[in-house]
Design a protein around this ligand. Structure first.
Ligand code: TYD
Ligand code: MG
Length: 475
């Protein structure tokens, strides 16, 4: 891809993250998109790469004789894939089981992990607690903070009980000094809180700009790979929900985790967005308390804790999150539209999925939703993104519309097709097991899944093939 000038002639190759190298543009000003890292020789209102408006910022091109290359290993030779040695990766457990699971069963030596999330969500708390546990099992950890003073970190550590000897803290933002400290302490794990505050004198641009963030991250990651210490980079998220500036960082690191949660809710969900060493479907669930983050090992109980009994519009469905199934409550409110256009407001599930299910309900079950507003919410602030929740969402809408509650001890799952058919889902057995464990008595599920599921004690399994059939069993 290249940026063309007005005459349509290519003026500079643009590739996410790549600076034009060599001495040609030495000390020249270059404009960098702060959102995706694309470069251009002049200011542009709209980024041709990511489509962002007003994202270009003036930066100095990297001087020749680049600092970044210093200390890089001489590249190895090409070799036959069969001659590449494979040793099973050693994993280091942080001791915080919910974090270890999202990382793909522990930290991988030398791996770089980016932890993103809104300000105040608990990123610093999470890593301080995790590193506190890791250090108390005999490792040295270097926690570098560019945002808080040592006193503030100490107070937080006291509050959360993370005070082992091996946890070293360092309030610094200068990359060279940080690297010196890392080299002298040789820690078993490194945390940089946050990568946007770190800067190097080798570049003229201001801290937090794309080139600074990229350069600093690159050098830290290179060090981590050489020294086999796992590296955690904390990154801020912008209003739009993307990692501010260092979107380019997502390509450089091995694992990207997002820490999310609703304001005012104590629950926090750690979600894997990218993982070179494990599944990306995994979630870790925490509860923010007075004494820091508490792990929630059984999220189903938590998501169902405040469920209203026998209220119409409430249905429990099952969602597969990585290696775990969680039971969640979907709530709907369906009321007549006052002004012409019906409103559909959805929190926690995909908007288009709801549109689709409403249309299926209308056509296949004769429920006239045309002149009704639909509001849907998933309790507990979790976001569901799985086909198996379809039937549960549908039951919830129908229940509120008809004002008939769904039996409180019934779990409903299955994928719904446009012809009104209920399709089989994967991992039906763990879903039934989880429901049984929590004390549910009945599952309404796809008929095709019945043969693969062993019945559990005191649990009725009811298979359905169509939405019409399911409607008869919901209430
Ligand atoms: P913090 O880790 O500073 O967030 P981030 O690094 O993502 O910006 O978390 C700050 C919030 O967490 C703050 O609003 C207070 C709350 N908190 C607790 O409720 N209990 C605790 O024990 C701690 C340490 C923080
Ligand atoms: Mg913080």
């Amino acid at each position: 891809m290249s940026i063309a000038n007005r005459a349509g002639k290519a003026v500079l190759p643009v590739s996410s993250g790549a600076f034009p190298t060599g001495g040609v543009i030495k000390n020249k000003t270059i404009y960098i998109c702060q959102s995706c890292g694309a470069g251009a020789p002049r200011w542009l209102g709209k980024c041709p790469e990511c489509g962002g408006w007003n994202t270009f910022l003036e930066e100095k091109a990297r001087p020749a004789g680049r600092e970044a290359r210093r200390g890089a290993e001489p590249s190895c030779r090409p070799q036959a894939i069969t001659s590449v040695e494979t040793a099973p990766e050693a994993r280091l457990l942080t001791g915080l089981a919910e974090l270890d699971r999202t990382l793909g069963n522990g930290m991988v030596p030398g791996a770089a992990v980016l932890v993103g999330g809104d300000p105040g969500i608990g990123k610093s708390t999470l890593l301080l607690q995790a590193m506190g546990r890791f250090a108390s099992s005999g490792h040295t950890v270097l926690y570098v903070s560019g945002e808080e003073s040592l006193r503030q970190i100490r107070m937080r550590a006291e509050r959360t009980g993370a005070l082992p000897e091996g946890l070293m803290v360092y309030a610094e933002t200068d990359l060279e000094r940080i690297l010196d400290a890392v080299k002298s302490t040789r820690p078993g794990a490194i945390v940089i809180d946050s990568i946007q505050t770190v800067h190097t004198d080798a570049l003229d641009s201001s801290p937090g700009s794309v080139s600074q963030v990229r350069e600093c991250a690159h050098r830290l990651i290179t060090y981590a790979k050489e020294s086999d210490a796992p590296l955690f980079l904390i990154g801020h998220v912008t209003k739009e929900g993307t990692l501010a500036g260092p979107k380019v960082l997502e390509h450089m690191v091995d694992t990207v985790l997002y820490f999310e949660g609703e304001r005012g809710h104590p629950f926090r969900i750690l979600r894997t967005v990218k993982n070179r060493y494990g599944s990306v479907m995994e979630i870790g669930v925490f509860e923010m308390r007075e004494t820091g983050l508490a792990e929630v090992s059984n999220p189903s109980e938590l998501f169902l804790a405040e469920r209203p009994k026998d209220a119409s519009g409430s249905a429990v469905t099952s969602s597969l999150e990585g290696t775990r199934t969680v039971l969640v409550e979907v709530q709907s409110l369906v009321c007549p539209t006052i002004f012409g256009m019906p409103r559909r407001t959805v929190v926690g599930v995909d908007y288009n999925k709801v549109m689709l299910l409403a249309a299926v309900l209308e056509k296949k079950a004769g429920i006239r939703l045309t002149n009704h507003d639909i509001f849907i919410k998933v309790a507990g602030g979790i976001r569901l993104d799985e086909p198996a929740i379809d039937l549960g969402v549908l039951a919830s809408i129908a229940s509120n519309f008809l004002d008939k509650p769904v039996d409180a001890r019934t779990v409903i799952f299955g994928e719904v097709g446009l012809a009104g058919e209920v399709r089989a889902v994967n991992q039906a057995e763990p879903r039934v097991k989880e429901a049984h464990k929590i004390g549910f008595k009945r599952c309404i599920m796809p008929k095709d899944n019945l043969k693969t599921v062993r019945p559990a004690d005191g649990m009725t399994l009811e298979g359905v093939r169509t939405v019409a059939e399911a409607m008869e069993r919901f209430f």
